[in-house]
Design a protein around this ligand. Sequence first.
Ligand code: GLU
Length: 317
Amino acid sequence: MGRLQVVGRLAPSPTGLLHLGHARSFLLAWCSVRSRDGRLKLRMEDLDLSRVRPQFVDQALRDLEWLGLDWDGPVEMQSDQIPAFQAVAQGLCERGLAYPCVCTRKEIENARSAPHHGEEGPIYPGTCRDRYASLEEARRASGREPALRLRVQGVRSTVTDQFAGSLTQDLERDVGDFPITSRDGQIAYQLAVVLDDARQGVTEVLRADDLLSSTPRQSFLQDLLGLPHPVWIHVPLVLDDNGQRLAKRHDSLSLAALRETGVCPRRLVGWIAQSIGLTGPSVASPCELLPDFELHKLPSTPVEFSPRLVPLLKPRN
Ligand code: GLU
């Protein structure tokens, strides 16, 4: 019997311009899959309606094509799945695994039991746990639209990452009951990503390691929903020359800005190739990296990119 085909994915959020850090993790995800004749899906994670802009979808597609990355099948929009996500969230509530929560952010911050902070804000003090029998009751009794939170009492979740190693989180202590839908009706990233990866048959999730700490939550959700765990590979971030992770504020290092200033994509791919431990030419297309590509060559420390390097990525006459 042949080995199962690997299926990876690129999952940009069209809430801003893609930057060099995205280019590096997308190129790694592409190489990891293509070097094993696998398939790659492209999914736009467009659930955050207050920040999504259609022009960022177009920009992301241009950026990926400019870099020389391709994908299989149509570009999928995560928002097309909202009704399916909602049905799963309600199902978790009906099974008693999630519960309606009407607390505002401010109420959580001000809770008498002084919530302690996890890495993503205050840990929910459990005010609405076991308070309402159903969404309808929560709505009626509070006059508010409820969120849904997942129960995590006593849950320890361990994930094994192919690059970062093993990570165990005590979800109750480190994260707390976390939202799967928000009070304004949006589907939380943690739920959407797990459902979409499963629906698209994704077997390998390679992404930047700022999402590593989300993985134990995603693994727990997969267990509750009877979904398979993909292989996880979390890779170090790209930092600027002050040691700060690249973010939206680094728009001068966005792929759109680099393209406009005349950066050559083959030189950029060559720079990334060297930053991931490949020793080939400094000017290359993604396909030219494949014969030499091996994940274990990737350095385990973040890589720094200084704006001073930009002129070196321009064509030389
Ligand atoms: N859409 C997320 C982002 O752009 C990535 C989610 C994921 O790879 O799981 O940060």
